[in-house]
Structure formats: C-alpha cells, structure tokens
Design a protein around this ligand. Structure first.
Ligand SMILES: [Zn+2]
Ligand SMILES: [Zn+2]
Length: 231
C-alpha cells in the first residue's frame, strides 16, 4: 500500500492501540522507545551493545575485532519494543516493517550521518525461513529504510553460500561458529560504502560474516543497521 494512502487512513498504534495516521507508532510510544536509546544509555560504537556509563567499547569488540565499522540500533531487543519485531517475524504483520524503518531512520539521524552514497543491502533469509514466512523481514525493513533515508537499495548482493542451522536457542559460541563463511557477495559493491540491514543483532556474527564477504568483494566500508540489539 502506498505511503501516501497509508498516511490518509487511520491505523492503530501497534503497541497501545491509540489511533494514528498511517503505519507508525503513536507519538507517546515512539518517544518512549527512542528515549530508551543512546541518550539514556551509551552503546558500543562498533556493535551497538548497551554499555555501562564511561565504557568506551564492549568487551566482545575489544577481544575480537569486527569487520564492520559501526552499528546503529533503534532499540534493545526487550519490552516493549521487542513486540514490534515479534509482530513482523512471528505474526507476519508486514505493516511493522515501515514502523521499524521509521524508528531506525530516527536512530541514524541521532547517531550521525552514514557515509555519502551508502548502499543498503538486506541480510538474505535462509531458505527454511523464507519457506516458513514467505518473506524476508530484513528485506522488508530495508525497503522501508531506503524510502525513509532516500538511499539506494540493492537486493541479491549477498548470497547465502550454505544454510546455517537455525540460530534460535543456540549458544553464543555455536552462533559464531555457524556464521563463518555464511555469505558470498554477488558483486556491485566495489569501492562503495555498504550498510547491511537486519532486524535483530544478537552476537553480531551474522553481520560480521556479511561484512567479511562485502569487504572481500571490494566494499569501501560496512555499517550495520538493525532495528533491535540483544542487550
Ligand atoms: Zn502507542
Ligand atoms: Zn561492541
């Protein structure tokens, strides 16, 4: 449905049910979620993990350097905002994708500008999750984000080289091992700054595998844009 049309019809705020114009949160819920962001608690500039005050970087990024340069997360994967992710991924409410994209655009505006001409690239879904959902949540969010930020979007740049085991319920170490060599890059990124888009970052290993593939294909830098960061 077109954004203009959506803005003319009444919708319910997905978190509190208040009437709003278009696919978005009500101003109160939006302010609550955005106020829980970096202004309230600093995040690791590399991986967006919430940090105790005064810490410059998280222990994981200090211990094992990441291939991506920076991560912007709109909120922590915790109540109340995690409900937006569940509505998109578990209940397949596609209308949550533009809602999340709007929150991510606000987080980017607050965090600082992206490199000029950055190309948005969604993390591809596994075949199993595509079969299960009939859509890729990351790609839906990336489409909304490209519209919000007026940036080019390229699908099919990242390809899954193999099907990783389902990450849900696996240990952090198993997730990291499972992501190594996960992606190949189909080209089109040489000399370009790239921002990979995903719904949730848990350990950062999936984003790291994507960044490794993109940098090997000549990308100038890789930034990660996620709706939610697992705290
Ligand atoms: Zn609300
Ligand atoms: Zn970090």
């Amino acid at each position: 449905m077109g954004r203009l049309l959506l803005s003319r019809i009444g919708c319910d705020c997905p978190l509190c049910g208040a009437r709003v114009a278009g696919a978005r949160l009500c101003p109160g819920c939006e302010a609550d979620i955005l106020a829980a962001g970096p202004d309230a608690r600093p995040r690791c500039p590399r991986c967006a993990l919430s940090l105790p005050r005064g810490a410059p970087c998280c222990a994981a990024c200090l211990g094992a350097p990441r291939s991506f340069a920076r991560t912007v997360a709109a909120f922590d994967y915790a109540p109340p905002a995690d409900a937006l992710i569940l509505m998109l991924k578990a209940r397949l409410r596609l209308g949550m994708a533009p809602v999340l994209a709007r929150l991510m655009a606000a987080a980017v505006a607050r965090d600082g500008p992206l490199p000029a001409g950055v190309l948005l690239v969604p993390i591809p879904a596994s075949r199993a999750s595509l079969r299960r959902r009939g859509m890729n949540p990351a790609a839906e969010i990336a489409r909304g984000l490209a519209a919000e930020l007026v940036l080019p979007l390229a699908r099919g740049v990242l390809l899954r080289r193999r099907e990783a085991p389902r990450q849900t319920g696996r240990s952090r170490r198993a997730r990291r091992r499972g992501a190594v060599g996960l992606f190949a890059c189909g080209g089109g990124v040489s000399g370009r700054h790239v921002a990979v888009v995903d719904d949730v970052m848990t350990t950062g290993s999936t984003a790291d595998a994507a960044a490794v593939a993109l940098l090997a294909a000549g990308a100038a830098s890789v930034t990660v844009l996620v709706a939610a960061r697992t705290p």
